[in-house]
Design a protein around this ligand. Structure first.
Ligand SMILES: NC(=O)c1ccc[n+]([C@@H]2O[C@H](COP(=O)([O-])OP(=O)(O)OC[C@H]3O[C@@H](n4cnc5c(N)ncnc54)[C@H](OP(=O)(O)O)[C@@H]3O)[C@@H](O)[C@H]2O)c1
Length: 257
């Protein structure tokens, strides 16, 4: 068994660590990780790993455990061994996993469609990340949609909340919305939400030259500009900027435009 670990002080460094075989305790379940998504959002989990405790979900095996961390991912796994009457072998779960061959969980509050991992080291962490969906029990579950779900589920939540925040604040009085890193999946979700909203102001997508054709092709933004042409934005209009890039140079240029 192996797990993918990242150097917490230098995110460009990684290692594949062999993991010892864990004999299941009472109530524990072995989940074989089947597939997972990895996007810029997972990099944010690593960047914010200390402040927002993302490193604590899946403690690393091997030497120097204080140096290495496991970046959580969203994906699917199958129960291959179980000491829990509530969660038998063959269950398929959607939720938060380590990029590893397997995850041991201690199911609690098991309902027909979901459960929480009650492992002690996760007890104080935000419950939303400890929740697993028992997908075989969902009405209409279709494995053919697994890839889209693991890739978009959590990003769509954020796109939805951003749309809701802007709308419920009357667009903060803005006549245009500028979305930075317009090609990202979270921005795309927001742009589609705004495109469907007849009350939304004009939406401008800002992106890199390498992604500009793609962003134009999805037809979600009213207009699309590259970072080196952002002076074309009409700076006289009240504007809301949604910064999905965290690129301080781009953000400063937008603010000073
Ligand atoms: N706080 C939350 O709850 C939450 C939830 C979801 C997402 N987010 C944030 O939203 C942002 C977008 O996440 P995502 O998963 O939607 O992103 P994504 O689909 O993986 O897109 C990443 C985008 O980042 C830009 N980029 C710049 N340098 C890059 C590089 N070296 N490698 C790859 N991409 C690079 C590119 O956009 P351009 O070419 O258009 O600049 C690229 O399309 C992230 O910062 C994420 O943390 C936050």
């Amino acid at each position: 068994m192996q797990e993918f670990q990242t150097n917490k002080a230098n995110l460009t460094q990684a290692r594949l660590q062999e993991t010892p075989v864990h004999t299941l305790g009472d109530g524990e379940v072995r989940v074989k990780v089947d597939r997972f998504a990895f996007t810029a959002n997972n990099i944010t989990y690593a960047v914010m790993g200390d402040q927002l405790r993302y490193w604590q979900f899946f403690p690393p095996n091997g030497d120097e455990p204080e140096k290495w961390g496991i970046i959580p991912v969203w994906g699917f796994g199958d129960v291959v061994e179980s000491n829990s009457d509530a969660l038998p072998v063959g269950e398929r779960l959607f939720g938060y996993f380590p990029p590893a061959n397997e995850l041991i969980i201690a199911p609690k509050r098991v309902t027909q469609t979901s459960l929480l991992d009650g492992s002690v080291h996760r007890a104080e962490l935000p419950p939303g990340y400890n929740l697993y969906q028992r997908v075989n029990h969902e009405r209409g579950y279709d494995r053919a949609h697994d890839d889209q779900r693991m890739l978009l589920f959590v990003l769509h939540l954020t796109s939805f909340c951003l749309h809701d925040l802007l709308k419920s604040n009357d667009w903060f009085g803005a006549e245009q919305v500028v979305i930075i890193s317009a090609s990202s999946k979270t921005s795309t979700g927001l742009a589609y939400g705004l495109a469907d909203d007849k009350d939304a102001p004009h939406v401008i997508g800002l992106t890199s030259n390498r992604n500009i054709d793609f962003v134009k092709s999805i037809d979600a933004y009213n207009s699309v500009l590259s970072y080196d042409t952002l002076e074309q934005i009409d700076a006289s209009k009240p504007t809301v900027i949604v910064d999905m890039s965290a690129n301080t140079d781009v953000l400063s240029s937008c603010i000073s435009t």
